[in-house]
Design a protein around this ligand. Sequence first.
Ligand SMILES: *[C@@H]1O[C@H](CO)[C@@H](O)[C@H](O)[C@H]1NC(C)=O
Ligand SMILES: *[C@@H]1O[C@H](CO)[C@@H](O)[C@H](O)[C@H]1NC(C)=O
Length: 470
Amino acid sequence: MHNIQENLAPSSHFSISLPWHVFRILLIFLGAHMANASSCDSGSCPWDAGVTETPPDPILPILPPVGRLRLGDGLQPSPYTALAAPREADDWCNMPHVTLEAYITPPEEYVLRYVEVIQRHHKRTPYGSNLFYDEDVEWDCAGLGPLYGLKSQTTKGREAPSVQWQSYVDPQNPFGSGQKGTIVTSNCQFPQLTTEGLEDSITHGSDLRSVYGPLLGISDTFQPQEVVFRVTNNPITSQVASGILKGFYPTDTGETHQVLIQPSAIDSLEPRYSCPRADALRNSFTTGTNGTTWKKHLQKAHDDGTFGALDAISGIRPDDGEWHVSFDHYFDNLKARQCHSKPLPCSLTIKSSCVTEQLADKVYEIGNWEYSYLFRDAPGALEYAALKFGAWMLELEARVKDTVTGNNKTKYYQNIAHDGSISSLLGFLQVSAMTWPGMGSEIIFELYSKAGSTDSWFLRVLWKGRPIET
Ligand SMILES: *[C@@H]1O[C@H](CO)[C@@H](O)[C@H](O)[C@H]1NC(C)=O
Ligand SMILES: *[C@@H]1O[C@H](CO)[C@@H](O)[C@H](O)[C@H]1NC(C)=O
């Protein structure tokens, strides 16, 4: 494999693709890290099969140690204002993805051979854990519910219909009163995709089809030998898959299609596998000895009244740990509202006391800083990202190899995942500007061969529909 950059000097658009050999070395380097992970017993480490080579030396010049990568240089940046990631100008509620209009087509001697898409799910209700005890807005999911059921290939089982979930809390159920008010009164799953999220998914699928359908010659009907869709154990990714499939196969009239899913305990896409070493590392740079910066940013949010203002309006108790160990919950709650044109919350007791746009923006700024810190800037962030998402990278590597060797004819593979998947992968790839990946965020790996040559393969990585900057 060759570095596409050297071959295409005049094309600046193409010059930031990830050269294959760098990608390969990254995998070996990170795979070797994972082989040391405490979750793997020696001799039975699942990574060993894919990682047999010794990490080449030197590694660091290839993983650029400069710029935003602050590994072991003793820098202790001040709390979030100094490190704040640039304000995300993109639409966080529906992030940019490839479209026919904006797609940058490489010179024609490069032939697209395989595409692997990974995206975050689209917009949804908040998680139950991110709801206040009582909310001043309603989430209505009448007629909009996830499908479940079972089908088989036998005569009787073939026509068994799917069923649709409709959430409710029975007033006779004595445990209902222990639920948050919104959960009791709403007919939604928390979380589930909203109508808007389903529509964004359909548009997303349609845009992907418009770009890759013609380039890869993908059939108009679902053909499992040429396309693969994969979801996680969280049902919202299957809800997105429904929309993606509708957009990708517009003439489809609602047939059931099989998608891939791994066992929950080892799901590499969500990711769900146990990795004590990753957990320990994250603890070290948040609550542990390397967590000075992290602790300072939380202390600052206490000292400057940010948490206080939010708690007073939401009714969240200041001693509720979940809401004060990061800005995850407040971020998700406020964004979910704003992504669905709902007002920012007001206090239920003092109706005139509301979260202002300015306060919400501050929550988003801190949230973006947190993602930049956790996956990019913290001491150990790179290794953390690699441990979190290395298993999926090994799988990707095998799929790319199978295409190169001609062992597998799959042309298109789409993974529907989560912010934790996308952020780990962005950290792994060392994206230049790390923020909290919004709804529908998309990373695409495109594998090219060069016409007239059998051993020239190139990999281009797209982030937000454009070649990634790392
Ligand atoms: C803290 O970070 C330094 C590098 O900056 C690293 O060498 C050290 O092992 C880390 N400590 C822990 C407990 O992870
Ligand atoms: C080709 O790859 C896809 C996706 O990984 C997999 O589901 C399929 O079983 C493979 N096919 C063959 C013939 O190996």
